[in-house]
Design a protein around this ligand. Structure first.
Ligand code: MLT
Ligand code: ZN
Length: 456
């Protein structure tokens, strides 16, 4: 039984939502792939309120699903049915930027865009960026160890994390927010929370590393013969361009789809087999260096370069509008995988026949973050073959020594395939950690690990 009285006492009755019209937006992900009815939605504002909620739910034996900006793509923040949905968007405190240390402490509900604006106002920046920046929250980015478009330069979310405050399943609070750059005192609990998808504790605050603010940037769209050509260019580009901050891979069918839904003009007179979008960002203008590097690129078929803000935005639009354009066509099977970089061209080549073998009428739209060997594999029109498509693609990824989830998390969507990426020993170790920190299985049951004990 949901402990309504304790929940209302903890956060105030107006922040315990029960009516279907008030809870609906929390109970479905924006892609329309995941939906479930929550017992109620609770909206705390402080760590203490989160602690009171978890204490009450733990005592009542009620499960809790944790949600940030609801931009997740694997169903990890959507209830299966009947849980208390803990929405963290009101934990939106922006601490003062510590300029000498280049660090800041912020609430888990702060959006990525708000964090970026806050850091920039202090002359610094935040190292992670991604298209869902206006809604995605810092807590969700930590929970999924989000990556995005700047991993090449600054690493993923775990690499920005210097400390955290988190409420454990029994309501106790772990708080490490000093931002120490050196700390040799045992297990790194903060790092463990990154990528734990709300299964080990509820992150309420984080201490984050900030990066120097680039004042000038330049974007290039390169038309290339193949994915292999894009991979081959990378070592030279990284070497010549210390300001390189993004290298994104797109293909002609994805650009055509973006154009269909956005009305953007064609970037080049004819279509090309592959496109590499590069961004350089620095204190001083990186345009000359990028132009020179592009001019000497092997296998270049055509190129566009923009150093003015509007031109850069226009080139980024071909990449950033992929997700929305795909979703405008229907609900896709969305897979987010990575393989060792040398095997990325092999994966690209194998995708079409793999999908066609199980879903002949399906349409594939692929794009990704090339430096990390990370492909977003979107399959439209898979119909009743969705699960077979997922299984077939993830098996190819496993064969190529890859990961079944590169940056979106495992959520509910990929639990059944976790053993393709993690050994039985690793899964048993993860299960032991989960059981030690959340022995009643209160937090996000069925997310990341199966609800029942995992495979032996
Ligand atoms: C992206 O890189 O745009 C995101 O991971 C979203 C997606 O895969 O659709
Ligand atoms: Zn991505």
């Amino acid at each position: 039984m949901i402990p309504f009285e304790e929940l209302r006492a903890a956060v105030g009755a107006e922040h315990v939502l029960v009516d279907a019209d008030l809870t609906a937006s929390y109970e479905r992900d924006w892609t329309g792939r995941f939906a479930g009815r929550a017992g109620c939605v609770v909206r705390p504002r402080t760590t203490e309120e989160v602690a009171a909620i978890l204490t009450a739910c733990g005592a009542a034996g009620v499960s809790v699903v944790v949600q940030g900006g609801n931009t997740g793509l694997v169903g990890g923040g959507i209830p299966a049915g009947g849980e208390v949905l803990l929405s963290l968007t009101r934990l939106d405190e922006l601490g003062e930027v510590d300029v000498p240390a280049a660090q800041v402490t912020v609430g888990a509900g702060v959006t990525l865009a708000a964090l970026q604006a806050h850091a920039r106002a202090a002359g610094l920046d935040f190292g992670v960026d991604l298209a869902a920046r206006e809604s995605a929250t810092v807590g969700g980015l930590v929970a999924t160890n989000a990556g995005g478009i700047r991993v090449l330069r600054y690493g993923s979310m775990r690499a920005q994390l210097l400390g955290a405050e988190a409420v454990l399943a029994d309501g106790s609070v772990v708080s490490r927010l000093a931002g120490l750059l050196k700390d040799g005192t045992g297990y790194d609990l903060v790092s463990l929370l990154a990528g734990s998808e709300g299964t080990l504790g509820v992150v309420t605050k984080v201490r984050l590393k900030l990066v120097p603010r680039a004042r000038k940037s330049c974007v290039a769209l390169l038309a290339l013969e193949s994915t292999q050509a894009a991979v081959d260019l990378l070592p030279g580009l990284r070497d010549r361009l210390p300001s390189l901050s993004a290298a994104e891979l797109v293909f002609a069918d994805g650009i055509a789809l973006v154009r269909k839904h956005s009305g953007l003009p064609a970037p080049f007179e004819v279509d090309h087999p592959a496109y590499l979008l590069l961004e350089c960002a620095d204190r001083d203008d990186p345009t000359d260096a990028l132009v020179e590097a592009v001019g000497e690129a092997d296998g270049l078929l055509d190129a566009l370069i923009a150093s003015d803000a509007a031109g850069q935005r226009a080139l980024w639009a071909y990449r950033e509008q992929h997700t929305e354009a795909i979703n405008a066509e229907g609900v896709p099977v969305k897979l987010d995988v990575s393989v060792p970089l040398r095997l990325l061209p092999t994966l690209v080549d194998r995708l079409q026949p793999t999908v066609a073998a199980v879903a002949p009428d399906a349409r594939l739209v692929v794009f990704g973050h090339v430096n990390e060997g990370n492909l977003h594999v979107n399959v439209l029109g898979a119909g009743e073959h969705g699960e077979q498509v997922t299984d077939a693609v993830l098996r190819v990824v496993a064969e190529l020594h890859g990961s079944i989830s590169s940056e979106h998390g495992v959520g509910r969507a990929k639990v059944a395939w976790l053993q393709l990426s993690r050994s039985a020993t690793e899964i048993a170790a993860m299960r032991a950690i989960k059981d030690a920190l959340d022995p009643k299985g209160t937090l996000n049951p069925g997310v990341l690990l199966p609800s029942a004990p995992g495979p032996a």
